[in-house]
Design a protein around this ligand. Structure first.
Ligand SMILES: [Zn+2]
Length: 44
């Protein structure tokens, strides 16, 4: 599961798709929602 880096909204979109965007704030920066692992993802 991923979360929006800006508003913390859970992202349900397919992360394999090229164009992903937060449904709430439109941000394209996300991080993996895992304990001890925070990998920031930048969508192109
Ligand atoms: Zn957001």
């Amino acid at each position: 599961m991923y979360k929006c880096a800006r508003c913390k909204e859970p992202i349900r979109s397919d992360m394999n798709s090229v164009e992903i965007q937060c449904e709430k704030c439109g941000s394209k920066i996300f991080y993996k929602d895992r304990p001890n692992v925070r990998k920031v993802i930048k969508a192109r």
